[in-house]
Design a protein around this ligand. Structure first.
Ligand code: AMP
Length: 266
């Protein structure tokens, strides 16, 4: 079974050994509770690099005070098996104290983009994401890092951070992996009751309705959002926002207490 390293120091020893042999390193950051969407990132990384590190860290910095940090699913033994089968070389699972020792006070803010769309409803979320990802990049020293297009805004923010701060890692975008019925795979889908799970694919279908409206000659942002909202009527999903961002239509919706996000190409 592949090793699980818990400290920055142990990680550095492992990766330095690889680098000295001239091996390339791929990196897949995750919050664990892994599913086939994560496995696709790991397989891609393993294909394109000699060694692949998967981090599993539920980052408290990116959760709001009333969000699900405490109940976020944690499943390290199963995660370790899943990523080993997908070709990973090691798991990096630091503790919160290892990542944020007492006195931690530095944050990364990608201005503007962080406050829109999901950022508008999750203040501080993308600041927490950018901060932990830059720390992980510095700790892992990978050549390439793999991120899912499911979190489209996150990808755009991290690409901006990499460019603006001259980070020496190449970000690779990986397409969304979906369930058979179209629901984008997510660790948070585990929160859904059976009835909610049956309703959840409506989000993807509503995005398709929005895309249809977006392709009409006189469509506007408001008519596109209205088409998505209309398509969700009666499904139990409550739309938070639907908006285009560089060629994609993004949406977030609540299903009971669970927040779902998805996006499609316009
Ligand atoms: P998370 O553990 O949810 O923070 O996600 C870790 C990485 O996996 C992020 O880059 C996500 O975009 C990616 N990811 C999560 N779900 C999917 C999916 N269904 N398809 C593709 N990538 C995904």
């Amino acid at each position: 079974m592949i090793p699980v390293v818990r400290t920055k120091k142990a990680l550095a020893v492992l990766v330095d050994g690889w680098r000295r042999k001239g091996l390339s390193v791929g990196f897949v950051p995750t919050m664990g509770a892994l599913h086939p969407g994560h496995a696709a990132l790991v397989r891609r990384a393993a294909r394109e690099n000699d060694k692949t590190i998967v981090s599993v860290f539920v980052n408290p910095l990116q959760f709001g005070p009333n969000e699900d940090y405490g109940r976020y699913p944690r499943a390290l033994p199963a995660d370790r098996k899943l990523v080993a089968a997908a070709g990973a070389s090691a798991v990096y699972a630091p503790s919160v104290e290892e990542m944020y020792p007492k006195g931690f006070r530095t944050h990364v803010e990608v201005e503007g983009l962080s406050d829109l769309y999901c950022g508008r409803y999750r203040p501080g979320h993308f600041r927490g994401v950018a901060t932990v990802v830059l720390k992980l990049f510095n700790q892992v020293q990978a050549d390439r890092a793999y991120f899912g297009e499911k979190d489209w805004q996150q990808v755009r923010i991290l690409e901006t951070m990499i460019r603006d701060l001259d980070v020496g890692v190449v970000l690779v975008r990986v397409p969304i992996v979906r369930e058979k019925d179209g629901l984008a795979m997510s660790s948070r889908n585990a929160y859904l009751s059976p009835a909610e799970r049956r309703a959840a694919p409506a989000l993807r279908r509503a995005l398709e309705a929005g895309r249809k409206e977006a392709r009409r000659p006189h469509s506007r942002l408001e008519t596109v959002a209205a088409a998505v909202r209309h398509a969700l009527a009666g499904t139990g999903l409550k739309l938070q926002y639907a908006a285009p961002l560089d060629g994609r239509l993004l949406a977030a919706a609540y299903l009971g207490k669970t927040r779902l996000i998805d996006n499609i190409r316009l």
